[in-house]
Design a protein around this ligand. Sequence first.
Ligand SMILES: Cc1cc2nc3c(=O)[nH]c(=O)nc-3n(C[C@H](O)[C@H](O)[C@H](O)COP(=O)(O)O)c2cc1C
Length: 184
Amino acid sequence: MTPLDFLLTRRSFPILTAPAPSNDQINTLMQAALRAPDHGNLKPFRFLVCEGEKLTQLGELYARGMQQSGETDSVKLERAKGLPLRAPMVLIAVARIQNNPKIPAQEQLLTAGLATFQLINAAQAMGFGSYWRTGDIAYNPAIWQLLGLTDGEQVIGYVYVGTIKGEPKDTGAAPTPDSIWRYV
Ligand SMILES: Cc1cc2nc3c(=O)[nH]c(=O)nc-3n(C[C@H](O)[C@H](O)[C@H](O)COP(=O)(O)O)c2cc1C
């Protein structure tokens, strides 16, 4: 497959199983993340790796954070506990926004997103599948605190990674580019 074919056929895979990337492979994913365009070379991101027992703990942490922010619905809390168990590895993508006179927060946030996407593409290039998810658990400050995030840090995604099982997410017919470009 050519690099262009690779880009044109990238997909998200909702069903992921073991094995997850090894330590060496995680290192390669991080190298890819560090190749993201980065104004000022601030590296405004980091990733928390969860696998094995940590996935169960992550689910419990979600439920605890939700309770701290007022959630009392036991069905929602139980569901949250199971969310990380949908893959053998979850990479928590964290943006680290610094005060910088030249590089606005928006650019740093974009770089963190690009780094996450670099990682996603690298995982697919290595034969793994992934799925970027967010939802309320990504934007809950109580969960950020339990995860140990500090000032200026925020979760931008939970990237599920593993060995592909089944088909990519069905997103319907291939999109046509006509509506998103024109000469000006
Ligand atoms: C910032 C961000 C957050 C996302 N959050 C979710 C999510 O919570 N749940 C979900 O099903 N898809 C989410 N997606 C979309 C999926 O990752 C995926 O791109 C989408 O299902 C389309 O599939 P495809 O990547 O194969 O085209 C998110 C994507 C981005 C960039």
